[in-house]
Design a protein around this ligand. Structure first.
Ligand SMILES: *Cc1c(COP(=O)(O)O)cnc(C)c1O
Length: 443
């Protein structure tokens, strides 16, 4: 972008200057709408979420057989949610403020099979593709016991097809592991920032890893281009896929069922705030869509991004969405937060969710590392850096009286509130790597 264009953008949207300065910013969107109205932008509805949930149920007998670690949940890939009171106290001290309400952690970091939030969307899209192929070939009916897919016959059938995806790491892990297990030929196009251990793990699972010296957008473009020339190849499009989005959205109803079981009330007098780390937007966008369908106006979703990769806040705040990338305003898109190093936001998610997301904030990599070691020392929970992005959310919300007033929250409501940090990854980080993260956070 030319200097005069950037200057014009800053004068119409002053926060862009703070983003360029790599400052930690918080922005609450004045354009949010009542849920029923905002949901009309999405183009998908409850019926679509129910359809995705039903598909995951059909596949559960297969998942249970193919991944024995899911036996306890009978093939349903779901994570625990738990309160983190010691961390909450530590955060109050760290930020020098009182933190009303109760802080919880959603542990997608420890989802089975691939240890990140991508085990929702990525795996779902592979399953949907496998089901479509098998049904069309007359090998499968919706009423069947899908455990029959765990057989040499089906592996042989799927081996005639291939799947490709571009990834910074975690999406590749989910799609690679799931596709290879079913029998597909699978290629993961990985950006330069992807971790070596993730590449090794994929190769050990029989996945073809293609490496790039560039960032995520180039890896995606190349993957898409290669797939175009092969009619048996299915390209999973992280930027625009409705299927991926729906896979994530199932989390909303599932969280509600978990909170109901745990006796956690969410209603007008007990609002729920959810803090979601955001990369291209599909994961947090899909989860937020599911939460809005489940809880309506009583849930408030806030997206968190690294100061070096604030693509979604930039796109939504300026209204330019996928038409602007952080590089256009001189931001380098270099961050240690796996999954969040994305320069250009999903246009689909930006438009679909723009009236449903209460706010956005950015945080420094250094903050993620320090929170990583703080969570380890206070709660004994270990996450990867990106998964800590949601942790400061409670303090950001409670230190913005302008937002709280505009929304009309009373102090009684805030005292009753539930704050949920969505931990998006870290369950599969090798011990040596985790030790290095912890050391960095303590230093
Ligand atoms: C992918 C990812 C996210 C964000 O998901 P997007 O769909 O890219 O927005 C957050 N945290 C982790 C650990 C991820 O891997």
């Amino acid at each position: 972008m030319q200097q005069d264009k950037i200057a014009a953008l800053i004068s119409s949207h002053p926060l862009v200057q703070n983003l360029i300065n790599l400052e930690e910013v918080t922005w609450f969107n004045p354009g949010i709408a009542p849920t029923a109205e905002g949901l009309q932008d999405v183009g998908l509805g409850k019926k679509d979420i129910d359809d995705a949930a039903a598909r995951l149920k059909r596949f559960a007998p297969y998942i249970e057989k193919a991944f024995p670690e899911t036996e306890s949940s009978h093939g349903i890939i779901e994570s625990k949610v738990r309160p983190i009171p010691n961390m909450q106290a530590a955060l109050a001290k760290r930020y020098g403020m009182e933190l009303a309400g109760k802080l919880w952690l959603k542990q997608d970091s420890h989802l089975p099979i691939s240890g990140s939030i991508k085990a929702r969307g990525g795996i779902y899209e592979v399953l949907k593709h496998a089901e479509d192929l098998a049904i069309e070939a007359g090998l499968l009916k919706y009423e069947d016991d899908y455990s029959k897919l765990f057989s040499p016959e089906f592996r042989d059938f799927f081996s005639k097809y291939s799947i490709a995806v571009g990834s910074t790491g975690n999406l590749g892990l989910s799609i690679g592991i799931m596709s290879a297990k079913l029998g597909f030929k699978v290629s993961v196009h990985m950006s330069a920032d992807a971790r070596e251990w993730k590449k090794q793990k994929l190769r050990a699972n029989g996945v073809n890893v293609v490496e790039y010296q560039t960032d995520y957008s180039v890896a995606v473009a190349n993957g898409r281009e290669q797939a175009k020339h092969d009619p048996t190849c299915f390209f999973i499009d992280d930027e625009n896929s409705r299927t991926l989005f729906l896979g994530y959205s199932v989390a909303g109803g599932r969280l509600k069922a978990q909170f109901d079981d745990l006796g956690v009330t969410v209603d007008k007098d007990h609002p729920l705030f959810v803090y979601l780390p955001c990369g291209v937007g599909g994961g947090p966008g899909g989860v937020a869509f599911g939460l809005k369908e489940a809880y309506g106006d009583n849930v408030h979703c806030i997206f968190a991004e690294p100061t070096h990769a604030p693509c979604m806040i930039l796109g939504v705040y300026t209204g330019l969405h996928e038409k602007i990338a952080v590089q256009d305003i001189g931001i380098d898109n270099l961050t240690a937060a796996d999954g969040l190093a994305v320069g250009r936001p999903s246009g689909f998610v930006g438009h679909a969710m723009q009236r449903l997301i209460d706010g956005y904030y950015t945080l420094q990599d250094k903050e993620m590392y320090q929170l990583l070691s703080l969570l380890d020392s206070t709660e004994g929970i270990r996450l990867e850096p990106s998964a800590l992005a949601g942790m400061p959310g409670i303090a950001r919300v409670l230190s913005h009286p302008d937002y709280l007033q505009r929304m009309g929250f009373t102090s009684a409501q805030l005292a009753n509130a539930t704050h949920l940090a969505w931990a998006t990854g870290g369950g599969m980080v090798p011990p040596a790597e985790m030790e290095a993260y912890l050391a960095k956070g303590r230093a």
